[in-house]
Design a protein. Structure first.
Length: 140
């Protein structure tokens, strides 16, 4: 009897621990961006819904399977959150020369929960090469 109670207690505790360790899932979107030197910003075709407070999170990397390699540390890209219509810049300008996370701060009046936001990506004009083929995920 004692053994059954211990097994039941262990199962209950593991269920509790597992339920606490699952993070709240926020709405995010992933798209591919092909950007050129002096080509301007490329705005995402879709939007993601802001479901939590805070900054816009982006994660950028080479598009899987691309033959165009990102020379990290030498090639810079600019990132900016855009309104759902794609025309208004709603965050600070982010800049990175490496794959990984970038956090963008919302401008005053933007970043409201339940609003939709796009992402704009630009190949910086002072890059030594001509283009990049990237995959970006953003969570408003």
């Amino acid at each position: 009897m004692f053994k059954k109670k211990m097994v039941a207690l262990a199962l209950a505790m593991s269920t509790l621990v597992c339920s606490m360790s699952v993070p709240v899932m926020a709405d995010s979107r992933t798209e591919n961006f092909f950007v050129y030197l002096n080509g301007g910003s490329v705005v995402s075709s879709g939007s993601a819904k802001k479901t939590i407070t805070g900054t816009m999170y982006t994660y950028t990397k080479e598009r899987p399977g691309t033959s165009i390699k990102w020379v990290q540390g030498e090639e810079t890209i600019n990132l900016r959150g855009r309104s759902s219509g794609g025309t208004t810049g709603v965050t600070s300008l982010g800049e990175t020369s490496y794959a990984g996370a970038t956090y963008l701060t919302y401008k005053s009046g933007y970043g409201k929960v339940n609003s939709y936001y796009k992402l704009a990506v630009q190949y910086a004009s002072d890059n030594p090469y001509e283009k990049l083929d990237l995959q970006c995920t953003w969570r408003p």
